[in-house]
Design a protein around this ligand. Structure first.
Ligand code: GDP
Ligand code: ZN
Length: 356
C-alpha cells in the first residue's frame, strides 16, 4: 500500500520533511490499546510503542497519538517500531474522558468525512442530528447526514427535506444498509485515500453499514493476530480499515460513544441562521429572553425561526457552557498545583536555602 492510499497528503509530507531525520519513516496509527500501538505504511503493519521522550514531553492526552494519526517512526528492533514524533493533525474528534473529570482525549484523528447516521424508523429525531452535526463541525471533518433504513420509511423524501433544512449545508442522503445498491450514494466520499468515520446513536445501523461497505472482505479485513504478553496469539481488531474501494474507515469504541465537546461558540456552527439573527439584536450580549430589540425573538414571533430549533440550540449552549466551566476549574487547579510543586522543590533544593 502506498502512503497516498493510506491518506498521506502534502501537508503531512511537509511536516515530516521538516523533521529532517533520515532514520525516520512515516506510518499511520491503525490501533491503540493502553499505550500499545499498531502502525501501517508501505512496508506493512507493525507493533509500535512511544519513544520515552514523547511520553515525557506529553502535557495532556491530546499529545498522545490516536487512531488515524500520522507518526514518524524508527526501527525499534525485534519487528517493532518506536514512535518518535506525532505529525500535526488535519482534523480531530475529541471527547471528554468518561467520569467526573473533563480531560480531553482524541478518539479519531485525520478523518476527512464523517457520516452522521440516523435511522428513518422510530429513532428519527431531527434534534439529535443537530447535536451530532455540532460535534462533526467541531472536529474539522466534513459531515454528511446518512438517513439509514430508508426501506422502513413511509416518506423518505419528506424526511430528507426536513433534515436538509437543519443540516446547515451538510449533504443529506438516504440509504438502506440492507440494500447494497443504495450505498452508491456514499461513493462520492469514499475515494481512495479518503478517511471516513461513522457517528450516530446505537441501533441506527452503523455496524450493518460498516459490514455492507466492507462487503465480501469483511471477514478478512481488520483482524490482526497479535502475541499477548504470555506469547499466546489473540485476534484483535484494527480500528482503521481499508475499504474495498480504497477509502479508509475509522471505527473506534470512542467514536461510538462520542460526547459533545467544545466551547459555547461551537454550537453556532450547526445553527448558522441563529448566528446571523443574533447579529441583529440590539445588545451584543443579548440572551434572547425579554431584551428589547431582540432579533431572535422577533424571528420566533414571525415564525421564520422554528421554536424547537431555538430550544435545541439553547440546550446545547447550556451543556457546552457547563463543560467550559468545568474545564476552566480544572485548568485553574492544575496551575495552582504546578506552582505549589515549584515552590516545594525550591524549598527543598539546597541552593534555594541560600536565599533565605
Ligand atoms: P448500530 O448499533 O448503529 O451498530 O446498529 P446495527 O448495525 O447493530 O443495527 C441495528 C438493527 O437495525 C439491526 O437489527 C439491523 O439489522 C437493523 N438495520 C440496520 N440497517 C438497516 C436498514 O437499512 N434497514 C432495516 N430495515 N434494518 C436495518
Ligand atoms: Zn436577542
Amino acid at each position: 500500500m502506498s502512503l497516498e492510499a493510506l491518506g498521506w497528503t502534502p501537508q503531512f509530507a511537509a511536516a515530516f520533511e521538516a523533521l529532517n531525520d533520515s532514520g525516520l519513516v512515516p506510518a499511520r496509527v491503525v490501533r491503540e490499546d493502553r499505550g500499545r500501538y499498531r502502525v501501517l505504511n508501505g512496508a506493512g503493519e507493525r507493533a509500535a510503542e512511544l519513544a520515552g521522550r514523547l511520553r515525557h514531553e506529553a502535557r495532556t492526552r491530546l499529545d498522545y497519538p490516536a487512531v488515524g494519526d500520522w507518526v514518524a517512526v524508527r526501527d525499534g528492533g525485534g519487528g517493532s517500531e518506536v514512535i518518535a514524533h506525532l505529525l500535526p493533525r488535519a482534523t480531530a474528534f475529541v471527547r471528554k474522558v468518561a467520569g467526573e473529570t473533563t480531560e480531553e482525549q482524541i478518539v479519531a484523528a485525520n478523518v476527512d468525512t464523517v457520516f452522521v447516521v440516523m435511522g428513518l424508523d422510530d429513532n428519527y429525531n431531527v434534534r439529535r442530528v443537530e447535536r451530532y452535526l455540532t460535534a462533526a463541525w467541531e472536529s474539522g471533518a466534513t459531515p454528511v447526514v446518512v438517513l439509514n433504513k430508508s426501506d422502513l420509511a413511509e416518506d423518505p423524501d419528506a424526511s430528507l427535506a426536513e433534515v436538509e433544512s437543519v443540516a446547515a449545508g451538510a449533504s443529506v442522503v438516504a440509504v438502506s444498509a440492507l440494500g447494497p445498491e443504495t450505498l452508491a450514494a456514499l461513493e462520492r466520499w469514499l475515494a481512495p485515500g479518503r478517511t471516513v468515520a461513522l457517528l450516530g446513536s446505537s441501533g441506527v445501523g452503523k455496524s450493518t453499514l460498516v459490514n455492507a461497505l466492507l462487503g465480501a472482505e469483511r471477514l478478512a479485513t481488520g483482524a490482526v493476530r497479535e502475541a499477548d504478553s504470555r506469547g499466546r496469539h489473540t485476534t484483535t481488531h484494527r480500528e482503521l480499515v481499508p475499504l474495498p474501494g480504497g477509502a479508509l474507515l475509522i471505527d473506534t469504541p470512542g467514536m461510538r460513544e462520542l460526547q459533545l465537546w467544545g466551547d459555547e461558540s461551537s454550537a453556532s456552527a450547526a445553527f448558522p441562521e441563529i448566528l446571523e439573527l443574533e447579529a441583529g439584536c440590539r445588545f451584543g450580549d443579548c440572551r434572547h429572553d425579554s431584551e428589547p430589540g431582540c432579533a431572535v425573538r422577533a424571528a420566533l414571533r414571525a415564525g421564520t425561526l422554528d421554536e424547537s430549533r431555538f430550544e435545541s440550540w439553547k440546550k446545547l449552549q447550556r451543556e457546552l457552557r457547563f463543560l467550559e466551566t468545568k474545564t476552566d476549574a480544572r485548568a485553574r487547579a492544575e496551575e495552582t498545583a504546578k506552582w505549589k510543586a515549584i515552590h516545594k522543590s525550591m524549598k527543598h533544593h539546597p541552593k534555594a536555602k541560600r536565599w533565605r
